[in-house]
Design a protein around this ligand. Sequence first.
Ligand SMILES: Cc1cc2nc3c(=O)[nH]c(=O)nc-3n(C[C@H](O)[C@H](O)[C@H](O)COP(=O)(O)OP(=O)(O)OC[C@H]3O[C@@H](n4cnc5c(N)ncnc54)[C@H](O)[C@@H]3O)c2cc1C
Length: 519
Amino acid sequence: MDRNKLIRALSDEPQKQWDIIVIGGGATGLGIALDAVTRGYKTILLEQSDFAKGTSSRSTKLVHGGVRYMAQGDILLVIEALHERGLMLKNAPHLTANQEFVIPVYTYWDVFLYTVGLKFYDLLAGRLSMGKSYFINKKRAVQRLPLLKAEGLKGGIVYHDGQFDDARMAVALATASIEKGGTVLNYFRAGTLLKDEKGKITGVLARDLVSEKEYNIRGKLVINAAGVFADEIHRMDNPESKPTIRPSQGVHIVLDNSFLQSSSAIMIPKTDDGRVLFAIPWYGKVVAGTTDTPLDTVTLEPRALNQEIEFILKTAGKYLTRQPKREDVNCIFAGLRPLAANPDNPEATKEVSRRHKITLSRSGLLSIIGGKWTSYRRMAEETIDRAIKSGTIEKRKCVTRNFSFYSNGNLPRSERLRIYGSNAFQIEDLIREHPELEELIHAKLPYTKAEIVWICRNEMPVTLEDMLARRTRALILDARASAEAGPAVAALMAKELGFSKSWEENQISKYNDLIEIYT
Ligand SMILES: Cc1cc2nc3c(=O)[nH]c(=O)nc-3n(C[C@H](O)[C@H](O)[C@H](O)COP(=O)(O)OP(=O)(O)OC[C@H]3O[C@@H](n4cnc5c(N)ncnc54)[C@H](O)[C@@H]3O)c2cc1C
């Protein structure tokens, strides 16, 4: 991934006619770009910030069918997601894992309800099941989850789902698209839709936010995959368009593993106010959440409300022997669900479906909204199929079902470097050549200086935040430690990317301002 090289190629061919221009570099847009590139379409993707800066780095990090959607009766959505879960675990084994969950049960009715419900979940997964669900008695439940409150407990239901690293999966999608010949650019904002005299969309006027240069990018088809910002793109197309997104905020907190001390996750299917709450081990910490707060405005940097944080802490304390307090929280992160609203009744938020919606405007803007990370591949396939059906692009078959993100079967020596897939060997080589790069960026963070150097050379980070929040997950694992590591990481980045001392200082200061939102 070489941003400058991709932009040079763009400048060298200003008249180039792309088959597909994708707006938005989250799960949805990146999935579409990879689908399109691998079908052989000339594809460019524009992301206004960093890849997965929006919702796609702020998920619960589950590759799941959605036990809750099953309870809501959305069986088709669950079947589709369970199938995609199986494909994602097969195609990206280095970024996904089989995670065991335990649902603590406190009444015999719940024992019956969740045992039967999860057997049905297993059945829906079919061949792609990740392990059978079963009931365990109180003694075994407490053995598995030593810090679970035992009072009143009847036992637990064990089941399996997938877990992943959302931001790194986004980078894997971007890398794969570029390797297959696509152009995928971060910090490139689509500002205006270009139209011909008949009002048909012919491209996008976009700005490189690093150089502030503008580019006329011409293409047969523009796809709006802007997540919670999709309505902004709709309004670029038609200022009168009705809202289609109902944003809903979900907050997570990250705690030290001493609050769970287990490799099993806890799933509370119904909290006091009817929400689902997870406490999941992730990179040696515990991610707990989430909430569901309808919002009227959208931003790239949403902020958790006090009552959301208190709700998660209070609920976790109801089930765990040790009550986590505000000062125990390593990081707080908020994400916005791009729920597909009813355009005639945008205020209706009650159980808006997690299913995605694809629409085509009169001027030819193809939009996809809603959906979930787990289903990104299927959503991409449907979007491109819809474009083919509209006659904009010629027919070609989708090939992503068996697209492997992990070309080399050998595992790196270090289990922790597994997340870099086949490239882990390059990081190990770098450490062999420069042993000083084995040093950690911070005593409380698992990342070495070698990873920072390798990422600079291969994964298109533009800012210190890109490095600490999404290429590594330092921000999420421990926000304060990541800020302390900031100066050393900025210095390494400046050296690798050829930036000045003032760039370093500016990045550190911006990062320190950002940390406030996450602490
Ligand atoms: C709290 C929470 C928990 C979740 N947990 C899970 C989970 O565990 N598993 C799961 O499968 N799903 C989960 N989801 C859902 C999943 O995260 C989302 O469905 C998915 O990330 C949405 O991706 P997206 O690409 O549509 O949106 P985004 O990730 O928001 O991407 C849209 C991108 O478009 C860019 N953009 C906007 N306007 C422009 C422009 N003019 N020019 C260029 N770029 C632009 C934005 O910068 C943004 O990066 C969760 C969602 C939330 C909120």
